[in-house]
Design a protein around this ligand. Structure first.
Ligand code: ZN
Length: 351
């Protein structure tokens, strides 16, 4: 008899609140974190945050800090070397999305517990078991360590640059499309579709839409909503065992642009624009998405990002090849140049 197994990975504990980093020592104690500890930080983590964390860590015993500059495979290798010398029992990732990605991936390679302490709510990688690493030969996320715990201090997250917060909103709004793609694939290819998981991802997107309406009035509340949305998106991926509920054609477009013009924009910005276009193709309310992004000052056109029209069109024509096993509205053959140009124009993404 064939056994079907479905493994759900979830964080053991999630701490969310204002100013909670000052309680880090208590949390680490509750989580039975023991030395040696490798702390991975990024270049933009403010000193005040590092000081707070160092205070919380100083009774732990043996630990080392390593700062990463980007989420490249070279940085992964460098951190991995350092980790092998220290032989840590825990890896703490403290920083933005890229820092967390490197920490999480190294923890996965060494099979060490990983704790995520994000300082920017820029994408749902801060809460998921997948990482985006440049130079591995594929533009999509790879399996990494599910965070053993997430410690999300809203004071810290809401003082991140607004552009990063907006990117997190864009990444999360993308779930509206991702879930559509997933449902479509299940109908056409018989792929497993988890209703509960899909609802969770959709709920994240709805919260992100709400964020766009309140962020100018109440930044902190909006960021706390966004953070919870990012967490439930990470949980949805853990439940599905893949990024499927959180990543569809809108992400394929984002990855394609990134491939054609690396570092032109933030991941969540490209996902936001991809969501406008793919919502249009799905025949759902793409204007609502565009207006929501507009409202918060997130980019809705290629021009705003300095991306030429032909890069957008080319990206749309190759998006379906990025991850061929992931069926989306783009189908097996993708868009022709002229249809890609038309959808990009109709949605105002290109002029
Ligand atoms: Zn994403």
């Amino acid at each position: 008899m064939e056994i079907h197994e479905h493994i759900i990975e979830l964080p053991k504990k999630v701490y969310v609140g204002n100013g909670i980093l000052s309680k880090l020592r208590d949390y680490l104690f509750q989580l039975s974190v023991s030395e040696p500890v490798l702390v991975v930080t990024g270049p933009n983590v403010r000193k005040i945050v590092i000081d707070e964390i160092a205070k919380g860590l100083n009774e732990l015993g043996k630990m080392e800090f390593v700062e990463v500059m980007d989420s490249s495979v070279d940085e992964v290798n460098r951190v991995e070397e350092k980790a092998k010398e220290l032989n840590p029992r825990f890896v703490l990732g403290i920083g933005g999305g890229k820092t967390i990605d490197v920490a999480k991936y190294v923890a996965y390679k060494l099979n060490v517990n990983f704790i995520s302490i994000p300082t920017a709510p820029s994408h749902d990688g801060i809460t998921s078991s997948f990482a985006s690493i440049k130079g591995l030969g594929k533009p999509v996320s790879v399996k990494a360590k599910m965070p053993y715990a997430i410690i999300a201090d809203i004071n810290v997250l809401s003082s991140a640059p607004r552009r990063l917060i907006n990117a997190g909103i864009g990444d999360t709004i993308g779930k509206l499309v991702a879930v559509r793609d997933w449902k479509l694939a299940s109908k056409l290819t018989g792929e497993y579709y988890g209703d509960y998981t899909a609802s969770l991802a959709l709920l994240s997107a709805k919260h992100a839409l709400s964020c766009t309406k309140i962020i100018h009035r109440d930044l902190k509340y909006s960021v706390s909503l966004l953070t919870e949305a990012l967490i439930s998106s990470g949980v949805a991926m853990g439940m599905a065992g893949s990024t499927r509920p959180a990543s569809g054609s809108e992400h394929l477009f984002a990855h394609a642009v990134d491939l054609l013009q690396p570092n032109a924009a933030l991941h969540g910005e490209l996902v936001g624009i991809g969501s406008i276009i793919m919502a249009y193709i799905h025949g759902i309310n793409w204007r609502e998405i565009r207006n929501a992004l507009d409202r918060i000052g997130a980019p809705t056109t290629a021009k705003q990002l300095g991306i030429p029209n032909d890069v957008v069109i080319k990206a749309l024509t190759i998006a379906h090849t990025i991850r061929p096993e992931r069926y989306t509205i783009l189908g097996d053959r993708g868009l022709t140049w002229s249809s890609a140009e038309k959808v990009a124009r109709d949605t105002g993404v290109i002029e």
